[in-house]
Write a protein that binds this ligand. Structure first.
Ligand code: F6P
Length: 482
């Protein structure tokens, strides 16, 4: 366990690498999380690394309170060898920051999800939420400042912690600060929806970092455009850097790849084999179109289902020859928009089965319980994968499916996903708003000869694993030290 102020490498993110739940007997049980960041950090071999994150529920809070300074003894878990510090924040502050600003404002802004004449509304409530967001970011900055050794490298993650680089630099100018955004960055015209003071605060917050990283050049350039147009900062497009008030922040493009080694091994464990057998039984000898997402507005699940319905309405040759396996796992259910979207996904799924289902054929299988092993089984089985987000920072599902696929899989991919530029050559591109175009793409994908599909999948898997999470992380660390 790192001692106070001796951490040489620090990571900060809202959701940490572990979470707790309370068992029936009141004891706390720990669960290790997944995802690119957790895999990336497994590359660090430094006993003085610390991961600072928020306690996300009651059980996390109880665990954080039990350990001195919110530090959790890492004897019980392994997260690449570093200690975790879970911040036990005031629940109201957390709610205002996470649900209010991060997920209802910044998420909607960067994914361009505001589409009505009455939203967003920057009223008194939004003012209170912003104050909570500042307090939440300040708590992270203070915790990082307290843990970091002189000159330490701090890697701040994602839109929740937008203000941290600037706040941390004020507290500890000796630190090397990196920031990475896992979601898209909005174009300047759209970004200006934010009230002027908040737009400026978001930008100067990120510019507190020495390096700001993005999954694609497109998002990095959008950020630079906003700095230029909103702050009047100087942008060097060749060098990809932004200079504001005498300080320069270098922008980097680091396209997070799939963890091929882990996925291939994990996808062939008995629990996945078991689920694959069950899925095969349900689907029979029909083709499968697979999608796996959080039930998330930006993932565009409803338009994907509408496209499948259009395919069945206009191409009866696929009746009884295809099954759409849609895994839509619960997400952010504290927000009304997400609850309504979830209900809409269920409604349209029921309509599709009612319209086309027969005694022997269920055209759509919708599953909403999160099950990673079952997702991997579906990846292995898929003839077609549908990944159609409205906008997406990267989208790792598009990269994971080709890696895991058993017999080759045609990938129908939104041109608005961060993964698109790397996979464009062998995926079938779609405009995510175009339901009829998506239906055509599904038809083309279903009819793709197996030999062609297999060849494309091999190339997709190579592109998808070009920058594995460990290297993705080490590259950023190296740049910060340079
Ligand atoms: O990639 C964006 C992101 O917000 C991650 O930070 C997060 O882990 C994931 O989406 C899921 O969101 P949440 O943590 O709100 O469930």
């Amino acid at each position: 366990m790192a001692d106070q102020t001796t951490a040489r490498i620090l990571v900060a993110s809202n959701r940490g690498p572990v979470s707790f739940s309370t068992a029936a007997d009141g004891s706390l049980s720990l669960r290790r999380g997944g995802g690119g960041l957790v895999s990336g950090l497994s590359a660090i071999d430094d006993p003085n690394a610390v991961w600072v994150c928020a306690a996300l529920g009651e059980a996390d809070r109880a665990a954080a309170r039990r350990s001195p300074d919110g530090r959790l003894d890492r004897a019980g878990f392994e997260v690449g060898g570093q200690a975790v510090r879970m911040l036990d924040l005031d629940p109201e502050v957390f709610d205002r920051a996470y649900n209010g600003v991060a997920n209802s404002t910044l998420w909607f802004l960067h994914h361009m999800l505001y589409a009505t004449p009455t939203s967003p509304a920057f009223d008194r409530r939004a003012g209170e939420q912003w104050a909570g967001f500042r307090a939440y970011n300040a708590a992270f900055a203070e915790a990082l400042a307290a843990e970091a050794a002189p000159g330490a490298a701090v890697l701040v993650q994602d839109y929740h912690l937008t203000l941290v680089p600037e706040l941390l630099r004020e507290l500890r100018p000796d630190l090397r600060i990196g920031y990475f955004l896992h979601i898209p960055w909005a174009p300047a015209d759209y970004f200006r929806l934010l009230p002027d003071d908040r737009a400026a605060a978001v930008l100067t917050g990120v510019l507190g970092a020495d390096r700001a990283g993005f999954h694609t050049r497109r998002w990095a350039e959008a950020f630079a455009d906003c700095c230029e147009q909103v702050l009047g900062a100087t942008v060097d497009r060749a060098d990809l850097s932004v200079t504001h008030r005498g300080r320069t922040t270098r922008l980097g493009v680091h396209a997070l790849g799939a963890d091929g080694e882990f996925l291939r091994e994990r996808a062939h464990r008995p629990d996945v084999d078991q689920r694959l057998a069950a899925l095969r039984q349900q689907v029979g000898d029909r083709r499968t179109i697979v999608r796996v997402d959080r039930t998330e507005l930006s993932k565009n699940i409803v338009r994907g289902l509408q496209a499948y319905r259009h395919l069945l309405r206009t191409r009866p040759e696929w009746h009884d020859r295809v099954v759409h396996v849609a895994f839509a796992y619960p997400s952010r259910q504290d927000l009304a928009e997400y609850r309504e979207y979830t209900a809409e996904v269920r409604r349209i799924s029921e309509e599709i089965n009612a319209e086309f289902g027969t005694a022997r054929w269920q055209p759509l299988i919708l599953q909403v319980e999160d099950d990673f092993a079952r997702s991997l089984a579906a990846y292995r089985l898929a003839d077609v994968a549908l990944v159609n987000p409205i906008r997406d920072g990267m989208n790792l599902v598009a990269k994971e499916v080709p890696v895991v696929s058993d017999a080759g899989c045609a990938l129908v991919l939104s041109r608005e996903a961060g993964a698109w530029p790397e996979l464009a050559e062998d995926a079938i591109g779609i405009n995510p708003y175009d339901v009829l175009g998506t239906a055509d793409a599904l038809h083309r994908a279903l009819g793709m000869p197996v030999a062609e599909r297999t060849e494309r999948t091999k190339r997709l898997a190579a592109a998808a694993t070009a920058l594995p999470p460990q290297q993705w992380f080490l590259d950023q660390l190296a740049e910060l030290s340079a």
